[in-house]
Design a protein around this ligand. Structure first.
Ligand code: SF4
Length: 339
């Protein structure tokens, strides 16, 4: 039987042309920041957080400190990466504390951010809007049967309602899709319909990362050809959409292939942890192979006065002191990698 992947070379050629007709030949790395390992839902079958402790004590302990999140944001800014989105488990913050956090990130980054924290109501969106440019819905899969199985307590409808409200407020909408959960290429029309109907301007295509102690522990991640098929098809059918490819450290060698399939940028790679390591150089080479100029760097630390960069922020002095300490720890690790 003929597989849809048989047409992939032709599809990719077309997708690459559509990409270059709509975007410059550049790419970049996008860093998503996670604020917690705690989640109220905790039953999505692929998710690492579903394996984490369920007690209330962990709700506090599983949250990152504000200074750590802000130090990371400052690094993103100066390494010239893009701030993918701010995300974390549901229930880790109450609403006022979360707005306060987003406001601080906005101060450090100097621009509005994307957030991915579950479906939000109109009033919540309005509160966040001064600091937030768009909302990301973790749809994971558009195959309804697969979705009911993998995300039993995370229905899609509230996200669609959020997209209606965010659109009315003039905010942008994005979705995340994890390939390899049990969907097939036959689900593409449902994805296209969702993109068009809900003003989705950005899509993150991740591949399953099989976590220990989850239902997918023994599953295989999707092949690069399968991930490329979804990217190419989306590029051709939705020429102007912003497409991120999610890769993990073990999938660096598919970067040029997925850029050729029409992706805009790279995400999910643990760039801080492996900054300046071999795989970081490999990503930069992969971008060259796809004839894309990469904005920002995964291998060179900019020579700036980091203490001064923190001092210039309009934050209270105590927090700035804590950010400096955290930042030094990150930089020390990155410098050690470079040696
Ligand atoms: S809601 Fe998100 S963080 Fe929580 S278990 Fe599901 S996928 Fe994981």
């Amino acid at each position: 039987m003929q597989s849809k992947l048989d047409d992939l070379p032709q599809l990719m050629k077309q997708a690459n042309k559509v990409y270059l007709d709509n975007f410059p030949a550049v790419t970049n790395f996008e860093r998503a920041i996670f604020f917690s390992w705690y989640c109220d839902i905790r039953d999505c079958k692929f998710c690492y957080m579903s394996t984490q402790p369920k007690d209330q004590e962990f709700k506090q302990k599983g949250r990152r400190t504000t200074e750590s999140l802000l130090a990371e944001t400052l690094l993103i800014k100066h390494l010239k990466w893009d701030f993918g989105f701010l995300s974390g488990g549901k229930g880790a913050y109450d609403s006022d504390d979360f707005v306060e956090l987003v406001k601080k990130i906005h101060i450090v980054l100097g621009e509005k951010i994307w957030i991915n924290i579950g479906p939000l109501k109109k009033e919540e969106l309005k509160q966040l809007q001064p600091y937030v440019k768009g909302v990301v819905g973790s749809i994971e899969t558009v195959n309804k049967k697969v979705h009911d199985f993998v995300c039993p307590s995370k229905p899609i409808e509230p996200y669609l309602e959020m997209f209606q409200e965010s659109t009315k407020l003039g905010m942008d909408n994005a979705i995340t899709i994890i390939l390899g959960l049990g969907e097939t290429e036959d689900d593409f029309p449902a994805l296209k319909e969702m993109i068009e109907k809900h003003n989705i301007s950005k899509i993150h295509f991740y591949g399953l990362n099989p976590h220990k102690d989850t239902s997918f522990e023994d599953s295989e991640p999707p092949t690069k050809q399968y991930q490329a098929w979804w990217i190419a098809k989306t590029r051709i059918e939705c020429p102007k959409i912003d497409i991120q490819m999610g890769i993990w450290e073990d999938r660096v060698n598919r970067v040029s292939y997925l850029l050729d399939a029409g992706a805009n940028s790279i995400s999910k790679y643990p760039a801080l942890k492996v900054f300046g390591k071999e795989s970081a150089y490999e990503i930069e080479k992969e971008c060259q192979k796809a004839r894309r100029t990469m904005r920002g760097t995964l291998t060179k630390l900019p020579k700036i006065d980091w203490d001064m960069a923190v001092e210039e922020l309009t934050l209270d002095q105590e927090l700035k002191s804590k950010i400096k300490i955290k930042l030094k720890l990150y930089l020390k690790k990155m410098e050690k990698n470079l040696k």
